[in-house]
Design a protein around this ligand. Structure first.
Ligand code: GLN
Length: 206
């Protein structure tokens, strides 16, 4: 029975580059069946997809060379539930500023992001965030993180952060739209499974 239940929650983790094993560990801990996705054949039967943190330019290049770009386009068009963290958020956005000219984004959520947008002085920082819908704050680790500069009308901002060094300037760092959730930071590095739980709820249609 347990096996049948986990198969019902077969969740892909884009495995071309980045913190893939951290996401598979979180998903396995939640009783889902994580599947590392490296080739088009790996997407069969997925109920959701996680796009990890790492380097969006490299992932974009490898998506094209592996042929997974077309599969990702289809999954976005089909409305598959997705979670993108950091570089994964960049890949799911509608517009990337300060990206490489040839880097792609797949428009799963209507956010415009600026790569490495928290500024040179503040390449990395950590903070505790209030996230809408979660009881306890989430410890957030930002590593050369993208800044969300604009959100479309369908996007719900679940958490914001004050930009370090810019008192009063707040930016969205967790956003959701339909079955897609993105964060500028890496909950998986902390072993925090709560955004993954939200993703699995989308799978179950809760
Ligand atoms: N700066 C990276 C990029 O452009 C994202 C960093 C991260 O995922 N920690 O993809």
């Amino acid at each position: 029975m347990a096996d049948r239940r986990s198969r019902a929650r077969r969740v892909g983790v884009l495995g071309l580059q980045g913190d893939v094993s951290e996401h598979t560990a979180v998903l396995a801990g939640l009783g889902a069946e994580p599947v590392v996705v490296r080739r088009p054949a790996d997407v069969a039967g997925l109920k959701a997809l996680v796009l990890p943190g790492g380097e969006s330019t490299t992932m974009s290049f490898l998506l094209a060379s592996s042929g997974l770009d077309a599969e990702l386009e289809k999954m976005v068009a089909d409305g598959l539930p997705m979670l993108g963290t950091c570089a994964g958020m960049i890949l799911l956005s509608t517009k990337v500023l300060d990206g490489r000219p040839d880097q792609r984004c797949f428009g799963a959520i209507d956010v415009r992001v600026r790569r490495n947008g928290f500024g040179r002085q503040v390449r990395s920082f950590e903070t505790d965030l209030e996230v809408k819908g979660l009881d306890e704050p989430m410890h957030a680790v930002f590593i050369r993180a993208p800044v969300v500069e604009e959100t479309g009308p369908a996007v719900e901002v679940l958490a914001e952060v004050e930009v370090p060094g810019q008192p009063g300037t707040r930016r969205p760092v967790v956003c959701a739209s339909g079955p897609v959730i993105v964060s500028s930071f890496h909950p998986e590095l902390e072993g925090d499974s709560r955004l993954h739980e939200l993703l699995l709820r989308e799978v179950e249609g809760d």
